[in-house]
Ligand binder design. Structure first.
Ligand SMILES: [Zn+2]
Length: 351
């Protein structure tokens, strides 16, 4: 059997699963682990060569009503803000445990800080870990911690998760719902964009609301990246991108990693794992028609979302590749989707 296509994946929540913030214990990523969606055994079967590993600060909240910028009111999953001290302590805890894991298994998984390091991981068959922050509550507004964390390996961040912080406003989880909810970036958020550009830290617009997306896109000098989103025209979730957002991403030479979460894929928005992989292909084909093959990638949300049953976990990635091949995707297009486009935008963003 041929080796599976090597895949760089835009988003996983595996660090949160391995190193739960409320718990001192750590699970292993090395051994076959029935829980979750990623370990190194299943990654090898699936061709998962590396990806963006998110530090995420869990929070609390529930359903309440929100008003979109066009005046429409609807029910949505809204989350409370998280304070800086809590987020900082949890982040440091995850980073310490991550460093320990990397040190103990340096022949199997490596932190990647440059495009060259990513290349060599792929060549050597070592899992490439790109450190990403999903929401930056661990930063104070003066951004003094950004350079410290960059020195520890941080190479990508999204200003917000699906809540508000000092920098920006995230979209709540709602369906059907526009992402055009709430105001744009704060002044601290604009500083964050400039400082990330200076340092070569990738900016991710996933979870960001529409006005924040437009502010960030106007300000940034790097390609605009959505690491784990879908197409709003197919599934009208507030987490998905409108057509004019896809056009902005194309215009910036950026990309969208398609999210595998069934609630962001299915036209009915239901959280139902009985979902065929053809629905992921529908989102990808729509993006290719709108933006071109250079601007699509994968952004699974493994360990953070409900997967379609035929995907299961990261060992199911070749099944998706087969679905795309059956639809007429050629080898060149599949390579661009799997890692070529990621390599291009990371080279240009990281310098
Ligand atoms: Zn997310």
């Amino acid at each position: 059997m041929d080796a599976p296509l090597q895949i760089i994946d835009g988003h996983n929540d595996t660090l949160t699963r391995l190193f739960p913030p409320a718990d001192e214990t750590a699970q292993s990523i090395i051994d076959r682990n029935g829980e979750g969606h990623i370990d190194l055994i299943r990654a090898q079967h699936g061709g998962l060569a590396g990806g963006f590993f998110a530090v995420f600060i869990p929070g609390s909240g529930g359903r309440s009503s929100i008003t979109a910028n066009d005046g429409t009111t609807l029910e949505a999953g809204c989350f409370d803000p998280v304070d800086h001290a809590t987020a900082r302590a949890q982040t440091n805890g995850v980073l310490d445990r991550m460093d320990h894991m990397l040190k103990a298994n340096s022949d199997r998984i490596r932190l990647v800080r440059t495009a060259e390091e990513l290349d060599s991981c792929m060549r050597d068959g070592v899992m490439a870990l790109i450190l990403h922050y999903e929401g930056v509550e661990m930063f104070s507004e003066d951004l003094s911690e950004l350079e410290v964390d960059h020195a520890r390996g941080l190479r990508s961040l999204g200003p917000v998760w699906s809540r508000s912080n000092a920098f920006a406003h995230g979209v709540p989880f709602a369906f059907p719902c526009t992402p055009d909810i709430g105001p744009g970036l704060t002044n601290a958020g604009k500083d964050l964009v400039r400082r990330c550009n200076d340092l070569g830290v990738m900016l991710d617009v996933s979870h960001l609301n529409y006005r924040g997306f437009m502010d960030l896109s106007e300000l940034t000098t790097a390609p605009v990246i959505a690491t784990h989103c879908g197409v709003h025209a197919i599934c009208a979730s507030s987490r998905n991108l409108l057509d004019d957002q896809l056009d902005v991403i194309r215009g910036s030479n950026g990309l969208v990693g398609v999210n595998f979460h069934v609630g962001f894929l299915r036209p009915d928005g239901e959280d139902d794992e009985d979902t065929p992989l053809s629905v992921i292909a529908d989102h990808l084909d729509y993006m290719v028609d709108r933006m071109g093959i250079e601007h699509v990638a994968l952004g699974s949300d493994f360990d953070g979302a409900t997967m379609p049953e035929p995907m299961g976990d990261c060992a199911g990635l070749p099944t998706l590749v087969d679905v795309l091949r059956d639809r007429g995707w050629c080898d060149k297009s599949l390579h661009a989707l799997a890692h070529g486009n990621w390599m291009r935008v990371l080279r240009s963003t990281w310098g």
